[in-house]
Design a protein around this ligand. Structure first.
Ligand code: BEZ
Ligand code: FE
Length: 276
């Protein structure tokens, strides 16, 4: 290590210590991270007690994190970092990506197009339909849609013992013309968990924990980049203030009345980018 390190030269000294990294991308990413972290500390003239508070935040996040809950991902979500990584990878002409969230689980039941979800459960019925297309608007054959949502009370099956894991999620193979359709209930807005360090941070920043109501989709097809995204009904009060910054204009959809029924209809086409 170089002698005579001062508040400025320390940054280059740390970056120089990465010279032996076997992987060029690791070196590039870590060098940029150190440069920005050091610039940040210099910019705010970071105090030791503030550094200790940051370490305490991370320690508390580690304590509350387990298989079912990851406070580090939640911190990334509420700071817009998860959404930024999605925005950086959203391809031109393709449906924008949005957060996965903690409630996706493998093993959803297989359903055929036209499936009616949870017919006995409370909530306004919504008929969702559309097609899976490429960026030129041609149907994508062989697309599989993974779907999950909160119910009319804003709760996922993992949070609500009255739901079964089959009620509000499925895997569906779209038709060869890319068409998919299902009927469900209108989901409600809900709060992200705020009983841990991320909740304390939100309160300190004068923020709430609400997400606008949404449907989650993960769409996969051979030869195309997998798409994880969300669709948001347009009349939600939290649309402009999502706690995790997941809303994109192209993901907001209108709920239209279905003539002669109490049901609503939501039409949404997915546009997939080719795999890189
Ligand atoms: C969700 O949409 O399920 C979600 C996303 C980020 C944090 C918490 C929940
Ligand atoms: Fe969600």
């Amino acid at each position: 290590m170089a002698a005579g390190i001062d508040r400025n030269s320390i940054t280059d000294a740390v970056i120089a210590s990465f010279a032996g990294a076997g992987d060029a991308r690791t070196r590039e990413v870590m060098a940029a991270l150190v440069r920005h972290l050091h610039d940040f500390a210099r910019e705010v003239d970071l105090r030791p007690e503030e550094w200790r508070a940051a370490v305490a935040f991370l320690t508390d996040a580690a304590r509350i994190t387990d298989e079912a809950r990851n406070e580090f991902v939640l911190a990334s979500d509420v700071l817009g970092f998860t959404s930024l990584t999605d925005l950086l990878r959203s391809a031109p002409g393709a449906t924008p990506r949005s957060v996965l969230g903690p409630f996706h689980a493998e093993g959803a039941p297989e359903r055929a197009p036209g499936a009616v979800l949870a017919p006995g459960r409370a909530g306004q019925r919504v008929r969702v339909h559309g097609r899976v297309l490429d960026v030129a608007g041609s149907p994508v054959p062989g697309a599989v849609i993974d779907f999950w949502q909160a119910d009319a009370e804003g709760r996922y099956w993992q949070q609500d013992p009255t739901q079964t894991p089959e009620d509000f999620r499925f895997r569906m193979r779209a038709g060869e013309d890319g068409a998919y359709a299902f009927e469900t209930v209108r989901p409600a807005p809900y709060t992200v968990p705020y009983d841990g360090p991320v909740g304390r941070l939100l309160r300190a920043l004068g923020r709430h924990a609400w997400r606008p109501a949404h449907f989650h989709f993960r769409v996969e097809a051979p030869g195309f980049a997998p798409l994880t995204t969300e669709v948001f009904p347009e009349d939600d009060p939290y649309l402009a203030q999502d706690a995790v910054f997941g809303v994109r204009e192209a993901l907001v959809a209108r709920l239209e009345p279905v003539a002669g029924t109490p049901a609503l209809e939501l039409a949404f086409d997915f546009r997939l980018a080719r795999a890189e």
